[in-house]
Structure formats: structure tokens, C-alpha cells
Design a protein around this ligand. Structure first.
Ligand code: NAD
Ligand code: ZN
Length: 359
């Protein structure tokens, strides 16, 4: 079956485009109880960007510390309940931050109109009603969460997204200037998430002309940003990375991610390792899957003096490695893409454990 992918309704791109938000929101302010909910990465509290947020009298703003934990179902339910109890249904939700804030904004917008706990809706097409208007402003580039049709949440039982057409943002504002304060290590890890999305999208059975066109261009941009002459955190490269992130996300949506993301999910679920960092930890050891791309990745690492920890698995128990291998094994769509439909003949939980022992 062919994928029928829901794209973002509207996109603004360009340095300084953040200031278009006021006029973009104006026509939406007549909806529901006529106020907006802003969810903002707490990094921006007290920074100049805070004063540029077009807050009106009745609007609500929540600053969220995403370093404490990745978005949880409980957090989403609490935000939804407290806003509904205090002011009723907003006209819409605006998320300003990285992948974590993008997911919070998407999930909260859906949960305003879907009853009960968000745990009920973790999975594909379980959401019953469209959410309210939601606008995303990424402030760190790489995950592609700005364009994906999922909002990844950790619940009491599973780490799984609210995934459906209605999850996708109605509007995205891509202002590369907002990323200029990203620390070098995060700039590297999140950008490498884009690079790995493209390599994995390209290297598997679901690759096609559509996904290839996005991946090819996004990889070209990644090389400019991370390895070619003129590489580094410059305003021009911040523009390129924001576009590459979007294109990498679109590429994998029309294709799939593979072995690295499967291993990364295990690292995140069992060891609480952050998504982009976990991808880097795994990718450096996957020469047999991704060949020259791993050499290129290592070149980019040394080019920016980023050092990844080695020998981590020496401190993991066999039980932890088994748990991670089970998480990874239970992502059949990724292995199907990476190894082919007969992947079960090529891969076992034990062979995945061996992959983890390389890390
Ligand atoms: P993040 O949102 O967790 O933020 C990472 C760090 O960067 C935080 O410390 C944050 O405060 C800081 N930061 C953000 N913008 C900044 C700026 N402009 N200047 C300085 N610091 C800044 O990072 P992320 O890697 O973008 O997102 C990871 C999350 O995204 C995970 O929860 C993961 O599950 C989720 N994710 C979602 C999708 C999806 O399709 N929905 C895909 C991949 C990952
Ligand atoms: Zn990723």
C-alpha cells in the first residue's frame, strides 16, 4: 500500500520570520475561548525572545524544562486539565522549542478535544477527533519533529507517539536565527539525527524517488554544514540545517529509518538516553550496515572536536542489554526496511545483543 502522508498546512521560512507570528495568529484568535496557550522551552525564560512572543491579555504561557524528562502522558493530561479548568478551550497552541516542545504542543492540541488520558491514544490512528489549531516554532534543528505525524510520549507502559493526520502542525515558522544559541554538542547530535535519517532512509527497501530526492538534498546540506569548507555554526549554516531537518523528516516519512534508530530506541527506553545522542552512540559502530557513511560521520566528529563515549556496554548488565535488544527487535518496520522482508532469518534478539555490546 502506498503511504498517504499528511503534510504541514502552512510554512514560513527565513531569518526573522518569528515576528510573523502575531499576524498569523490574528485570524485564529476568534476561535473557541479566544486565547492562545504558548508552551515554551524554559531556556528562553528571561531571554530576548520572550519579549517577542506576541502575548495578548488572555493568553497563557508555560515555560517547560525539557531536560528534567522527555514529554510524558501525565504531563500532557495535567496541562490539558489545568488549562480547561481555568480558562476553557484555547483558540490554539503554540510550541516554541526543540523536539520535546514540538511533541508537547502537538499532543496537547489533540488532547484538548479527546477525552480521558493520553495513554489511551498512544499508537496509530487511535485519536478520535481533530485537535485544536497548533503552530510549531523549532529552536533547534534535526529531529524533524516539526513535520512528523507523531507526538512521542512516555507513558506508564510504553514510549509511543500519538500518531495520526491531525497530529501534524497547521503552521510551522522556521526562523533559523532562533537556533544560533544552541550549544556545539547539541548542534552536532541533533544535526546528526538528520544525517542519520537520510542515510537510513536511503539504505533500505522502502527508498523511492520521492524519499531519495529529499534525502539527497538534505545530505548535501549536511555536508556543507558539518564537513565542507565553510562548515560550522554560521547564520548560513543555521538556515541550511533547518531546511535539512525538514527534508530529512520528509524523506523518512516516505521511506523508513533503520538499524541505528532501532538500537537508539532501546537506549532511550531502557537507559533514558536522549534520542539524538543515542543515535550517534549507535551509528559510529554500524559500519556493516552503513559503510562509508560511518567513516564520513567520524570525519564530521573530528572536524568539530566532538568526542563520543566509548566502551559504554562494559557497564551494562546482561539483563539491560537483553531488555534493549527486545525493544529494538520489536520494531519490525525498521528491520524490514534495513534488511528486507526476510529480516527474521538474518537477525535474532541475540544478534541485536551483540550489536549493543559493540557500543
Ligand atoms: P530537546 O527539545 O529535548 O532540547 C534539547 C536541549 O536543547 C534542551 O536542553 C533545550 O533546552 C535546548 N535548546 C533548545 N533550543 C535551544 C536554543 N535555541 N538555544 C539553546 N538551547 C536550546 O531536543 P531535541 O533533540 O530537538 O528533541 C528530542 C525530543 O524529540 C525527544 O523527546 C524525542 O522523543 C523527540 N523526537 C520526536 C520526533 C517526532 O517525530 N515527533 C522525532 C525525533 C525525536
Ligand atoms: Zn531520529
Amino acid at each position: 500500500m502506498h503511504k498517504n502522508f499528511k503534510n504541514i498546512d502552512k510554512v514560513v521560512f527565513g531569518r526573522g520570520s518569528f515576528d510573523e507570528m502575531d499576524s498569523i495568529l490574528a485570524e485564529k484568535r476568534v476561535e473557541n475561548n479566544q486565547f492562545f496557550l504558548f508552551v515554551v522551552d524554559h531556556y528562553f525564560k528571561g531571554k530576548s525572545l520572550e519579549n517577542r512572543i506576541p502575548l495578548k491579555n488572555e493568553d497563557m504561557i508555560l515555560f517547560i524544562d525539557v531536560d528534567v524528562m522527555e514529554p510524558t502522558t501525565e504531563q500532557i493530561d495535567t496541562i490539558r486539565d489545568s488549562v480547561l479548568n481555568s480558562k476553557g478551550l484555547p483558540s490554539g497552541v503554540v510550541g516554541i522549542g526543540g523536539g520535546s516542545i514540538m511533541d508537547i504542543a502537538k499532543a496537547v492540541s489533540l488532547m484538548f478535544t479527546n477525552e480521558g488520558s493520553s495513554t489511551k491514544y498512544q499508537g496509530l490512528n487511535l485519536i478520535k477527533k481533530p485537535g485544536i489549531y497548533h503552530l510549531g516554532v523549532p529552536t533547534i534543528s534535526g529531529t524533524g519533529a516539526e513535520c512528523s505525524m507523531t507526538a512521542v510520549l512516555t507513558g506508564p507502559e510504553k514510549k509511543l507517539g500519538l500518531k495520526c493526520d491531525w497530529t501534524v502542525f497547521n503552521q510551522v515558522i522556521l526562523d533559523p536565527d532562533l537556533t544560533e544559541t544552541v550549544p556545539l554538542d547539541w548542534w552536532f547530535y541533533t544535526g546528526m539525527d538528520t544525517y542519520i535519517h537520510c542515510i537510513e532512509s536511503e539504505t533500505g527497501i522502502l527508498n523511492n524517488a520521492f524519499s531519495h530526492a529529499y534525502a539527497e538534498q538534505a545530505l548535501k546540506l549536511c555536508r556543507d554544514i558539518y564537513v565542507n569548507e565553510g562548515s560550522g555554526q554560521t547564520p548560513e549554516n543555521n538556515e541550511k540545517l533547518m531546511v535539512a531537518s525538514l527534508m530529512g523528516g520528509l524523506s523518512l516519512t516516505y521511506s523508513e529509518v533503520g538499524a541505528c534508530h532501532a538500537l537508539s530506541y532501546g537506549l532511550s527506553k531502557i537507559l533514558k538516553m536522549r534520542h539524538c545522542f543515542a543515535n550517534c552512540i549507535a551509528f559510529q559502530h554500524l559500519d556493516d550496515f552503513y559503510g562509508e557513511s560511518v567513516s564520513e560521520f567520524k570525519k564530521m566528529l573530528s572536524h568539530h572536536n566532538v568526542e563520543l563515549p566509548q566502551g559504554l556496554s562494559r557497564n551494562w548488565t546482561d539483563e539491560q542489554i537483553t531488555e534493549m535488544a527486545l525493544v529494538a527487535y520489536n520494531l519490525p518496520h525498521m528491520w524490514n526496511h534495513a534488511l528486507g522482508s526476510d529480516w527474521k532469518e538474518k537477525l535474532t534478539v541475540d544478534s541485536i545483543k551483540e550489536l549493543y555490546k559493540r557500543l
